[in-house]
Write a new protein. Sequence first.
Length: 202
Amino acid sequence: MTKSSPLIIGICICLTSLLLLMGSCRTTKASVVDEVLTEVLTDESRQYSFPMEWLGDYAGTLKIYKGVTDTINVDMTLSIQQADATGLYPWIIGYGKDDLRYYGLEAINAIKGHYRVDELNSIKLDGYLRGNHFVSKFQVMKSDLLVDYEKREGGILVRFYVSSSTDFIKTGGEVIGSDTIPNVLTYPIAVYQEAMLKPVVK
């Protein structure tokens, strides 16, 4: 058996050490990345208890978009309070200085995320909790509205999508080969509104 020279042995040791060091660096970097991703995913996936962790007073600016750049700004407030004697959680929305709307939130089936906003005037709007979103969709006076309240760490992001229930574009309905394509109706968004409501510091 031939003996390896000291020079070759030294080179092998150096290469082995370098490979181990590189592997250690990759492991360390991967661990750091994994920790960061875990923190981000944990924060994004946090489920806020509804409505208890939503309670409070919030305020912000409602931006109303009627076109690409056509915007109107309106002060908006939202107050969600502890349940009253009737079991309703006061849900009070304010626009500007004088327009306050007193509603009440009730649970229909909390396990399924089904709630209802009672406008206390015979109108009741069903809403559904999906993740950290409380979403409702309804039609009034030939307008369709999709309302989305999203609980975030910094407050509640509110989005309103408004479209006409009679103004639509129809496509599909053709027969292609052996397939009959279904009709699809698309509804132009007439108005989009958004407000980031932040907790009011008292």
